[in-house]
Design a protein around this ligand. Structure first.
Ligand code: PMP
Length: 353
């Protein structure tokens, strides 16, 4: 890249959206397949006459509601344009020359991008062979320049969770000056009792940071609303980095309406969870090595066949998310969607593509 652009941005791949036929079955972005929750469309519509005004800068009503719901003070909450924006802002707040962030790999693809853009050095720790985080190895990777460890639980794109025992040990073995960031974008889908609600279990630790989002279980991916809970100091630092008015008028209103529809959200999540158990069991009869998932997607460890399988699915009108040379992430859809995807897996053979 030429001057005056920073040379280290060369290492970041340009995001190229997948080319989907308009009628393709989209199982590629970990969205829920059921449309907006009841009340959300009306809430958005009601904001239409307000769009000549800036939104509430501090998303006061939403922050207050989250504060009550999560039993943490509003000074400990930051809201942003999706949790991915807040992850970037946290990294900006932590970056100084030579400072590092530790996270597992493979994990959420935004971590290395956010780290590089912020100016943090990434220290990537390979997942265990069963596609789970290796929290021992992550703790060992902490050095004098480490500012944060990011634990993605459930892990995107492989699916497993970190357990309470593993996280307890991590908190006990890492100095308090290192933030332990738990990305719980998929928390609502977790049913494994070994996986703690990070806010309930670690919320009082000064170095705990928890990310959540309205994009997944709450069905608001298109509106971009996420939040973070941390110590008042860390939350304030992140708020300083957030672009003003980050959560727009419609998004603030829709998030409040979504919270009013929690019962329906839980009902939909239960449908996804039932499909998760059924689909993974069926897929395991077709291919070995599929890890457990506690999220609304699962991982096909296809290694060199990943891109071919995605192309095979695309020919069948199904969009999935390949990670070249590694595996394919497939989001659960409606039962008939998952059956179509299983049929694609059954008819896939890397050699005759
Ligand atoms: N964290 C994880 C682990 C994710 O998978 C995602 C979305 N793919 C996000 C954060 C960001 O979600 P959003 O920006 O939509 O809130």
């Amino acid at each position: 890249m030429s001057e005056p652009i920073r040379a280290d941005l060369d290492a970041i791949p340009l995001y190229v959206p997948g080319k989907a036929a308009p009628d393709a079955l989209k199982l590629s972005s970990n969205e829920v397949p059921y449309g907006p929750l009841p009340g959300v469309v009306d809430a958005i519509t009601a904001t239409a006459t307000e769009v000549h005004r800036y939104p509430d800068l501090a998303a006061t009503a939403l922050t207050q509601r989250l504060s009550e719901r999560l039993a943490v003070g509003p000074e400990r909450i930051a809201t942003g344009t999706g949790s991915v924006a807040l992850i970037g802002h946290l990294m900006q707040a932590l970056a100084s020359p030579g400072s590092e962030v530790v996270y597992s790999w493979r994990s959420f693809e935004a971590y290395p991008i956010a780290a590089t853009v912020a100016g943090l050095t990434s220290v990537q720790v390979p997942n265990a062979p069963d596609h789970r985080h290796d929290l021992h190895a992550m703790a060992k990777a902490v050095g004098p320049d480490t500012r944060a460890i990011v634990v993605c639980s459930p892990n995107n794109p492989t699916g497993p969770v970190a357990t309470a025992d593993e996280l307890d040990e991590l908190f006990d073995s890492v100095p308090e000056s290192v933030l332990i960031v738990i990305d719980e974008a998929y928390r609502e889908f977790v049913t494994d009792p070994a996986s703690p609600d990070a806010l309930e279990r670690y919320g009082d630790r000064p170095n705990a940071v928890v990310f959540r989002t309205f994009s997944k279980a709450w069905g608001l991916a298109g509106l971009r609303v996420g939040y973070m809970v941390a110590s008042p100091e860390v939350a304030a630092a992140v708020r300083k980095c957030v672009i003003p008015f980050a959560v727009n008028v419609a998004a603030q209103s829709a998030a409040l309406a979504a919270l009013d529809a929690e019962e329906e959200m839980r009902r939909r999540v239960a449908l996804v969870v039932a499909e998760r158990e059924r689909t993974i069991a069926a897929a395991r009869e077709i291919m070995p090595g599929i890890p457990d998932s506690q999220a609304n997607f699962f991982w096909l460890p296809l290694a060199g066949g990943a891109v071919d399988f995605a192309a095979h699915c695309q020919r069948l009108g199904i969009l999935v998310r390949p990670f070249a040379g590694d595996g394919v992430r497939v989001t659960f859809g409606r039962p008939e969607d998952n059956d179509r995807m299983l049929e694609a897996l059954r008819s896939f053979s890397p050699t005759n593509e």
